[in-house]
Design a protein around this ligand. Sequence first.
Ligand code: ADP
Ligand code: MG
Length: 636
Amino acid sequence: MSDKRETLGFQTEVRQLLQLMIHSMYSNKEIFLRELISNASDAADKLRFEALAAPELLSDDTELGIRIEIDKDKGLLSVSDNGTGMSRDELIDNLGTIAKSGTAEFLQQMTGDKKHDSNLIGKFGVGFYSAFIVADKVVVETRRAGLAADEAVRWESDGQGEFSIEGIEREERGTRVTLHLKTDASEFSEPFRIESLIRKYSDHIEFPVSLLASESGDDEAKVINSATALWTRSRSDVSDDEYKEFYKHLSHDFADPLLWSHNRVEGKREYTSLLFIPGSAPFDLWNRDTPRGLKLYVQRVFIMDDAEQFLPLYLRFVKGVVDSSDLPLNISREMLQQSPDLIAMRSALTRRVLDMLQKIAISDKDNFQKFWGEFGQVLKEGVVEDHANKDKLAKLLRFATTHSGTDSQDQSLADVVGRARKGQDQIYYILADNYATAAASPHLEQLKKRGIEVLLLTDRIDAWLADGLVEYDGKALVDVARGALDLPDDDGTDAQDAVSEEHDRLLQKIQGALGDRVAAVKVSRRLVDSPACVVAGDDDLNPQIRRMLEASGQTVPDSKPILEINVDHPLVASLSAESDDGRFGELSSIILDHAMLAEGAQLANPAEYVQRINKLLLGIERGADKSEQGSAENRS
Ligand code: ADP
Ligand code: MG
């Protein structure tokens, strides 16, 4: 390895992150220590794993641990570990770039407002770069396990945009990160301060974290933390704060988790799981390539991060640890996939998450609403994907409905069923692109008049959700904008209005005027205040799904709407009385176009529509002129 010094630039994203972090995390400086210890612990975990296959990597340095040294006079603090260490290439990659996809877009959301940005940064996870919150120079010396002493490397930076790299000699394996503390961060060279921070942030780390302070005159470092893996302890011995800190270490999240569940399973299969629901969604929740899953340990030995096999995709927001006593230590992702233990563990862990959510859905509504706001849309995927747990999932769903009159999704299906009218054996829903369109839809008029509650579904996934759900508590889910609508009448029986001959003639005339723009024209049982609405046939593609498929560039089979007419509406009465065939056709077209617009649909030919309306307005004006003239004449 050459020892010539090389200067390299940080990736743009790192530069942005550094700047933002130093400004927005000012009031929370101390977290740098948690991040550095967390990295050291990860490196020790990884080495223990690598040593399973290559024991020689440990050589005679077999006691893995983390050591913090402070030199108050020089203003130095260092965190050392004897974990994997990094090769030159790893060092350049890991501490010069951010590999996470979507980082650039994420950083663009930063505004310069401290509070806003520190929340966002928290979602991102601050990591190693947080050292620059308290240091104006950071030096990393590291030697990859398995490499020779003269293949070690030093990385050095002031966090301004560049870092230097040079080859060095280093006897010890692993990494030492040395911070040259800023003058306003001198508190971090005080032994008592560091000691209390280790207790606060790193007690759950399973490797001993020791402290050596130059001023104390000791040359023995003393171990500060309790150094047992948190999940191996009994639930009653772990405080909430310890769970929270462990979560932060595990998830790289900056904020507290919303809730957690810690369990040991004994018997045929033995394993411990500790599962966390984060307090807020990560920035890359919707990125399908984001690594997800639990951290897998086998008999306390770290095996892999992001073991996605233990939970279904729709629970991708869950963080946690699973520690198995049965899986072989040399298990790979591929072997895991085929392990007979896996299926049983996966369904047990899935149930555990759903049960934990159901528990707070009942006992802590505010927090459940918070959860729903962050992850509700992801959970809805489960109804489509996980039939075995459909009933459990259905209990967790929350909707905006016509009952509450706000767009917040806070009504459960049980709430809605509880308010059902006598004789109502269906649950009604409407799909729309947004809340305003749904709430004002003409399709709801009869239902509102009868006091029947309707779910207002406006999330992208809702069309699939409704299809997947089919029914709840024995009541079928029914789209109010589709097919014939059966409404429970006031006496609880279904009445089917017969269509009078006069109406029948009108329907046929409208059908004739609109031609192939509509599949049929019918008398509506849905409407009260609107003259008309369009509905989809029972077998037609739902209009929301159609629009989504079209937007994604897919060709979808053409289907025509059914136009439903409110025969009690004055506009329809005047249409019925119209003797001029040309005007009848124009009016029919406008009624159809308005029904489409009210749905949130786009008109096939907007210009034609505008012309028709203009003509109509002009007619009204002329009419008004005439009557004005008339009254003037009368006066004279
Ligand atoms: P994260 O821990 O979320 O991956 P960090 O910014 O904390 O992000 O660290 C970036 C990467 O640098 C780590 O993933 C790891 O590969 C490497 N790294 C950091 N500290 C150490 C260390 N003490 N030993 C070995 N590798 C380290
Ligand atoms: Mg880290």
